[in-house]
Design a protein around this ligand. Structure first.
Ligand code: BTN
Length: 319
C-alpha cells in the first residue's frame, strides 16, 4: 500500500487529496495518513494541506528499488536487493550467485562492515555517503576472457558519471577510478568458474560520493577523492547508480556482440596510465617503463627502458 501511495504521489507531481488516495486505493483516510507518516520517516518529504491534500516535494537518497530506476527491458538492475548494513555486497552477491539468482541482479548497501578491496585490502565503506554495490553476471565467456568485464565495468562507471554529472574521471590500470589525482573508486571482480565455463562473475563497485575529508581514515585522506570534495556539492547516489547501471547495460551489450576492440578503445581513451611512465611492482619483479596500451585480453603493455615490451596481468602499477 505504501508503495502505491508513493507511486501515486510521484505520478501526480502536485497535490493529491487524502480522499482521492483513500478512494482509489480502497483504504481508510487514517490508513493513508499512517503510510504517509511512514514514508516521511524514511526520508520522503511530503507536504500536507488541509484543503489540498498531500504533495511529494523531496526524495531520500536510498539505494533501494524505489529510488534506483532502471529503464524497461534493462537486465542489469532489474532485480535489486538492498541492505542497510551488510558485511560485503560481494559476499552476498556470491551467495545468491551460487543459489542461481538471475543475471544482472544488483546488491546495494548503505554501509559495509567488511568491505573488501583488491589484493586482500579492506575497503572503507562504513557510512552511507558512498555507493557500494555488486552486480551478478552470467556471461557466456571462457574464464580466461573475464578480465575484459573488469575493463568494461570501469568504462561503464566513467560513462555513467559523465552522463549524470558531466564530470570526467579517468581509469588507472587495471580498474581504479581517478578524479583529479586521487582515487574516487575501485572495482573488485570475483569469478566462479569450472574449466571452460563461467558460473557467474561478481563485479563489486565502490565509489566515494558525499564524503568530506574527515570521513576517510587518516591514511586515506590525501589519496581518496569524493564527488562532494571535488564539486563542493552533495550528489544523489541513487541517480548516479541508475546512470551507471544504464551505461553498464550498454557496454555489456557491446561485449556480448563481440565489440571487444571498441571497449578497449574506450578504456584507452579514459586511461590515465597510457603514455605515462609507470613502475610495475609484482611479486617477482619491479621495473620501470612506459605504459603503451591495454591489449585485447586486458593486459597492460609496457615498454621497458631497454625497448622490450612486457605484458602485465597483475600487480601494482604506480603512475
Ligand atoms: C579496490 O580495491 O580498488 C576495489 C574496491 C571495491 C569495493 C567494492 S564496494 C562494493 C563491493 N563490496 C566489497 O566488499 N567490495 C566491493
Amino acid at each position: 500500500m505504501k508503495k502505491l501511495i508513493l507511486h501515486t504521489l510521484k505520478e501526480k507531481q502536485g497535490y493529491v487529496s487524502g480522499e482521492e488516495l483513500s478512494n482509489s486505493l480502497g483504504v481508510s483516510r487514517t490508513a493513508v495518513w499512517k503510510h504517509i507518516n511512514e514514508l516521511r520517516k524514511e526520508g520522503y518529504i511530503i507536504e500536507s494541506s488541509s484543503k489540498k491534500g498531500y504533495r511529494l516535494t523531496g526524495l531520500p537518497d536510498i539505494l533501494d528499488g524505489r529510488e534506483v530506476s532502471v529503464p524497461d527491458g534493462q537486465q542489469i538492475g532489474r532485480e535489486l536487493v538492498h541492505f542497510a548494513d551488510i558485511d560485503s555486497t560481494n559476499n552476498y552477491a556470491k551467495k545468491i550467485g551460487n543459489d542461481g539468482c538471475p543475471h544482472g541482479t544488483v546488491v546495494t548497501a548503505e554501509r559495509q562492515t567488511l568491505g573488501r578491496g583488491r589484493v586482500g585490502r579492506l575497503w572503507q565503506s562504513d557510512n552511507s555517503r558512498g555507493l557500494w554495490f555488486s552486480i551478478v553476471l552470467r556471461p557466456d565467456l571462457e574464464p580466461e576472457k573475464v578480465q575484459i568485464i573488469t575493463l568494461a565495468a570501469s568504462v561503464a562507471v566513467v560513462e555513467g558519471i559523465i552522463e549524470v554529472l558531466d564530470i570526467n574521471c579517468g581509469i588507472k590500470w587495471p580498474n581504479d577510478i581517478i578524479l583529479g589525482s586521487c582515487k574516487l573508486g575501485g572495482i573488485l571482480t570475483e569469478l566462479s568458474a569450472e574449466p571452460g565455463h563461467v558460473n557467474y562473475v561478481v563485479v563489486g563497485i565502490g565509489l566515494n560520493i558525499n564524503q568530506d575529508s574527515g570521513d576517510f581514515d587518516q591514511e586515506l585522506q590525501d589519496k581518496a577523492a569524493s564527488l562532494k570534495l571535488f564539486t563542493g556539492k552533495t550528489h544523489s547516489r541513487a541517480k548516479i547508480l541508475s546512470g551507471i547501471l544504464k551505461s553498464f547495460e550498454k557496454i555489456y551489450t557491446m561485449l556480448l556482440a563481440g565489440e571487444t576492440r571498441q571497449i578497449i578503445d574506450k578504456w584507452n581513451k579514459y586511461s590515465v596510465t597510457v603514455g605515462k611512465e609507470v613502475r610495475i611492482i609484482s611479486r617477482e619483479v619491479e621495473y620501470i617503463g612506459t605504459a603503451q596500451s591495454v591489449a585485447l585480453d586486458g593486459k597492460l603493455v609496457v615498454k621497458c627502458k631497454d625497448g622490450t615490451l612486457r605484458e602485465v596481468s597483475s600487480g601494482e602499477v604506480q603512475v
